[in-house]
Structures are given as structure tokens and as C-alpha cells.
Write a new protein. Structure first.
Length: 278
């Protein structure tokens, strides 16, 4: 299928890097020509980086950090956003916006579309313990922007299967977890999403991996996205997507019913709330 390049709305991670370059340059009182002269290139090239025609390369980023006094900020941005995983993830964020239905399985973390700000910030900071606050802020803002999809009362349909480990792994502390699980429960009670939970007692049944997302579209074939630590892959091959569907269906069969899952989610949320108040 043809992948959309720009659907508007959500800010992709590389867009964040471009905006940061423009913001820091202007804060330093430099024009594009002025910065270009200092980093031994042209103002036109700086302009191309700021509009996304040219990527922020690590060797250029090192010079920018030196001239703008930003430590290794832009070096780290350039390295983080040039990976294939980030390219695929940016496409996934765009595809979510045109999907009619999304089916997620998560083994360790709440899927991005359902994360609260507190939970998302704890996740981002955990994966980037020494990053500048601006960098983490950008990642959190990007994730929350994605979650705005659920403001539409109808589309996309969202069916989420969580392993019980997602509920029991304390991210950000008890208060954050209580808020996060109540957030999920509120969408279920509003009949906006369907959520199931694979209990620990299911054993090896229904174990898909870290994160799998399958998306359906009105006029295009399904696609699947699978993610693990430091790696993510988008699949549009029909056979591979069918294999992901088969595993998702097996997992769905091993999971608790939506009604029982909601009871468990709300019960665990209250446990966290009580712990936070202690």
C-alpha cells in the first residue's frame, strides 16, 4: 500500500528535531546564513535541514552543538531519529490516523495510544535517563498527540489485549499507575475501546512478543507493526500480516473476557491508589 507522507496533526520525531534546530538557532540570534557560516556550510543547507529536505547528520550536529552551546543535544537527536525503527514508527503514527480499526497486543507497557502524560513521561525518561528535559518533553508531546485519535467517538475502533504484566509493572510509581489504569477503564466504560487481559495463569498461550499492532483501512490491505527493545518493523506483506492475525486471534482466545478484564483493571487501579495514599 502507499504510505502517506504527511497527514497533518501529529508531530513526527524528526519534525521535533527540525523545530529544535530552528528554535535554538533563533534563540542564539543567528540567521540561517549566520549559523551556516559557523558550521562551514551554507545558510541554504541549514534551511534544508530545518524544513526536512536534508537530515541532521551527526557530524553536522556536532558542529551545531559547539556553536550553540547545547552540549551533545543535537548529536543525540541526530542519532536517535536516523534509525530505521524511527522511520517505521513515524509511518505507523501516520497510518494510525487513517486506520478504521487498530488491534494492539502489549506484553510489558501500555500501548502509546492509551498512555497518560505521567506514564508516558516515566517510560520516556526510563529509556533516556541522561537526556535533556527538552528531548523527553518532545517525545512525550509526540505520544500524547497520537493519543488524540481517541477523541473521535467512533473511529478508529480500538481492540487492545494487555498481558497482566502490563498491569503489575509499576511505571512512574503507584499514583501514576492508578491514574493510568483508571484512564484505560474510563475508555472501556465509555464504550470507546475494547480491552482484554491475558492472565499470568495463561502460561505460554497468547505470548506474542513485546508489542504487536495490526491496522485495517477502508480501501487498503491490513498492515502489522511489531516492536521489541531497540527494534521495530512494519509489515505489509499479506502472508506475514495473516500470520500476525493468527497469533493475535490465539492470544484473544487465551485472554479474559472484556467484562472480567475491566473488573481486574479497576481492582488493580484501586490497589495502586491505596498504596499511593499510604
Amino acid at each position: 500500500m502507499t504510505k502517506p507522507k504527511d497527514l497533518g496533526g501529529a508531530q513526527a520525531p524528526e519534525e521535533f528535531a527540525r523545530e529544535e534546530l530552528r528554535r535554538h538557532r533563533e534563540a542564539a540570534g543567528l540567521t540561517q546564513d549566520g549559523l551556516g557560516e559557523r558550521i562551514f556550510t551554507s545558510g541554504a543547507y541549514v534551511g534544508l535541514m530545518e524544513c526536512g529536505t536534508r537530515r541532521l547528520r551527526p557530524e553536522i550536529a556536532e558542529l551545531i552543538d559547539k556553536e550553540l552551546g547545547t552540549g551533545d543535544y543535537f548529536v543525540r537527536l541526530s542519532r536517535a531519529f536516523r534509525s530505521k525503527q524511527m522511520e517505521d514508527f513515524a509511518v505507523v503514527a501516520q497510518l494510525e490516523r487513517v486506520a478504521t480499526a487498530i488491534y494492539d497486543y502489549a506484553a510489558t507497557l501500555v500501548p502509546g495510544l492509551l498512555q497518560t502524560e505521567g506514564y508516558a513521561r516515566a517510560v520516556m525518561r526510563g529509556g533516556n535517563p541522561t537526556a535533556l528535559s527538552e528531548y523527553v518533553d518532545g517525545l512525550v508531546a509526540f505520544r500524547l498527540e497520537r493519543a488524540r485519535l481517541l477523541e473521535d467517538p467512533v473511529s478508529p475502533q480500538l481492540w487492545v489485549i494487555l498481558h497482566e504484566a502490563v498491569l503489575r509493572t509499576v511505571i512512574g510509581g503507584p499514583a501514576v499507575m492508578a491514574d493510568q489504569l483508571r484512564h484505560i477503564a474510563s475508555y472501556v466504560r465509555a464504550h470507546r475501546i475494547t480491552v482484554q487481559v491475558v492472565p499470568f495463569s495463561a502460561g505460554a498461550q497468547g505470548v506474542l512478543g513485546s508489542l504487536v499492532s495490526i491496522m485495517q483501512f477502508a480501501d487498503s490491505p491490513d498492515v502489522a507493526y511489531a516492536e521489541g527493545p531497540c527494534v521495530g518493523q512494519l509489515y505489509d506483506d499479506a502472508d506475514l500480516v495473516r500470520r500476525h492475525w493468527k497469533r493475535f486471534d490465539l492470544t484473544r482466545a487465551a485472554a479474559l473476557s472484556p467484562e472480567v478484564a475491566l473488573t481486574l483493571i479497576e481492582s488493580v487501579a484501586e490497589e495502586y491508589a491505596t498504596c499511593a495514599q499510604a
